[in-house]
Design a protein around this ligand. Structure first.
Ligand code: FES
Length: 265
């Protein structure tokens, strides 16, 4: 039954209507609780809604956090560069003299060692006699400083040795920049200059290969002790120290026969 809008002020409908008009539109208001106090139902309902939403939110948030915890692989790696002694292919300590006598990179033979992590292979190159003073090279006192080491993982899409390999002069045509010896990736043709910190010579790669810092002790034993400050991270790694287990105190050279495919862009 609809209220009589014309009834006098004593009419109960008129009292209720006048009171209702004194509150903003959309606000539910009830008078006369048991204690005689006014109760704001809108506020109460909103608080209930927020409480339920909070409980549901905490539940969902906890579930997502738990799922992410199991979705992320654990970080494997080390916190700083280790000092790792290099061992030659026959098991002897690699020395400056041995490198000069038996590891001339004037041939297609290519040697790699892991550093600082097990899944990070690096070229071990003695560029003598082609280049006696490459950037950051080491060697015997008074002799060529031609021993260098670079990551053997291409900086383009990460092809590892032997797909990327060192090529002595005359193996492949000169690069567009006129270099006759270089490190060459057969996957898409990138080339790098081992005489100049493995700077990128031709693309599609644009970054240099990370260079290993080599040192020799008083007996000529060769150690890998870090990467040059200008080196980018080894391809496929957030940084060169993370992504696998450390190599340990020594790292032995292995032979990597190159894939000869001169596809320089
Ligand atoms: S992965 Fe080496 S050039 Fe593409």
């Amino acid at each position: 039954m609809s209220p009589d809008l014309d009834c006098p002020s004593s009419c109960p409908f008129a009292v209720a209507r006048d009171e209702a008009l004194s509150f903003p539109v959309g606000q539910v208001h009830r008078v006369a609780s048991d204690e005689g106090e006014e109760v704001d139902e809108t506020k109460r309902n909103m608080l209930k809604l927020l409480a339920v939403a909070g409980i549901v939110g905490v539940g969902i948030g906890g579930g997502v956090a738990g799922a992410l915890q199991y979705a992320q692989p654990p970080t494997i790696g080390i916190s700083s560069y280790p000092r790792v002694q290099l061992i030659d292919v026959s098991g002897k300590p690699m020395t400056l003299d041995l490198a000069m006598k038996e590891y001339s990179s004037d041939s297609l033979q290519c040697y790699t060692f892991a550093y600082p992590l097990l899944n990070e292979p690096n070229f071990f190159l003695n560029l003598h006699p082609a280049v006696d003073y490459p950037l950051n090279g080491i060697g015997p006192a008074g002799g060529p400083q031609s021993i260098v080491a670079f990551s053997a993982i291409c900086q383009h899409l990460g092809c590892p040795a032997p797909a990327i390999a060192y090529y002595p002069a005359g193996t492949c045509p000169e690069t567009p920049g006129g270099k006759s010896l270089y490190i060459h990736c057969t996957c898409h043709g990138s080339t790098y200059d081992p005489a100049n910190g493995a700077a990128n010579l031709t693309g599609p790669a644009v970054l240099p290969l990370p260079q290993v810092i080599l040192e020799a002790d008083a007996n000529g034993n060769i150690f890998a002790v870090g990467m040059t400050p200008s080196s980018p991270p080894v391809n496929g790694h957030i940084n060169t120290l993370q992504g696998d287990y450390a190599v340990g105190p020594t790292s032995q050279l292995g032979v990597q026969p190159p894939i000869i495919l001169c596809n320089i862009p």
